[in-house]
Design a protein around this ligand. Structure first.
Ligand SMILES: [Fe+2]
Ligand SMILES: [Fe+2]
Length: 300
């Protein structure tokens, strides 16, 4: 058996910028470090909120073997049936969600060289939804892994550093490595614990630098300044408005969103905006087009 196993793990991949960075830089990292296994957290792959089946395929096609996730796994509804239908697949959701929830939190596979490995995904409970206990869950999961599987990798997706550090010590000597994800800000505390487990509190993200954990910085600052608790109906207005110069072809701005990432409300706004630009009489740069009434009745 080979002595050294190299695992490349990419923290939360945030939206199109994150996917672009991974696509552009992963080949260099693979040729430089020759990892046996490439893993990533994909919970923010779809414009920051969740992941879709087509994005799972896109990321796996880049050479990522397993995608862990976290609290954002439920943001895109199309992922519910996908998780149910691919329960043994390489897209994980945190294992300590209640048992009736679709999907699984552990994947067992083999590297190209034939080494068996397990990837386990947990989620913390401090300042996060109060799901099942991650500590007791990992005990049960580890017991279920065959002895022959020596490579055991854990993504502990959590807000509080204390909870991640406690999990690191709890797992020391029982798993190969535990990394933290979720805060999108990397910590500089990487260490091999006395029992031999490699540990880091948070890996950070693959996402836009001029942002607040991936979100456009102006939107985040405005939120902190106003402290207005927007209702669910209007909470997404900045996001909807901001995207109305995106294009279905993925060549628009500011984020080059692809068609599935552009919200329906944004598309409606875009049509209104174009109509207004063409038909308004107060534009100095063009003569307003005539408005034509739609014929009554319409097609049969
Ligand atoms: Fe995240
Ligand atoms: Fe998260």
């Amino acid at each position: 058996m080979q002595d050294l196993v190299r695992i490349l793990y990419i923290g939360d991949i945030f939206g199109r910028p994150g996917r672009r960075i991974v696509k552009e830089r992963l080949p260099e990292l693979v040729s430089e470090y020759a990892p046996d296994l490439v893993l990533a957290n994909g919970e923010n792959a779809a414009a920051g909120f969740g992941i879709t089946p087509s994005l799972v395929d896109e990321l796996l096609a880049l050479g990522i073997s397993v995608l862990t996730t976290g609290n954002h796994i439920w943001d895109k509804k199309e992922i519910f049936p996908y998780l149910a239908e691919h329960a043994d697949g390489p897209l994980l959701r945190p294992a300590n969600y209640p048992p009736q929830v679709p999907g699984r939190g552990m994947f067992v596979g083999k590297t190209r060289a034939g080494l068996e490995y397990a990837v386990l995904n947990l989620q913390g409970r401090v300042f996060m939804p109060s799901i099942d206990c991650p500590f007791r869950t990992i005990d049960t999961l580890l017991e279920s892994i065959p002895e022959s599987v020596k490579i055991r990798f854990v993504d502990m997706h959590a807000e509080a550093t204390s909870e991640k550090l406690a999990m690191g010590w709890y797992l020391d000597g029982r798993v190969t490595a535990m990394v933290g994800t979720h805060t999108h800000v990397p910590t500089a505390d990487e260490v091999v614990l006395p029992g031999g487990t490699a540990y880091i509190t948070d890996l950070g993200m693959a996402g836009p630098f001029e942002s607040v954990i991936g979100i456009e910085k102006d939107i985040a600052i405005r939120k902190f300044l106003s402290q207005i608790p927007w209702t669910k109906e209007i909470r997404n207005i900045p996001e909807i408005a901001r995207s109305h110069h995106e294009k279905l072809s993925g060549t628009g701005y500011p984020s080059k969103l692809s068609a599935p990432e552009i919200p329906l409300q944004t598309r409606m706004m875009t049509v209104s905006d174009i109509f207004d630009a063409l038909a308004a009489s107060d534009r100095r740069y063009r003569i307003a087009l005539q408005r034509v009434a739609a014929p009554a009745g319409g097609p049969a």
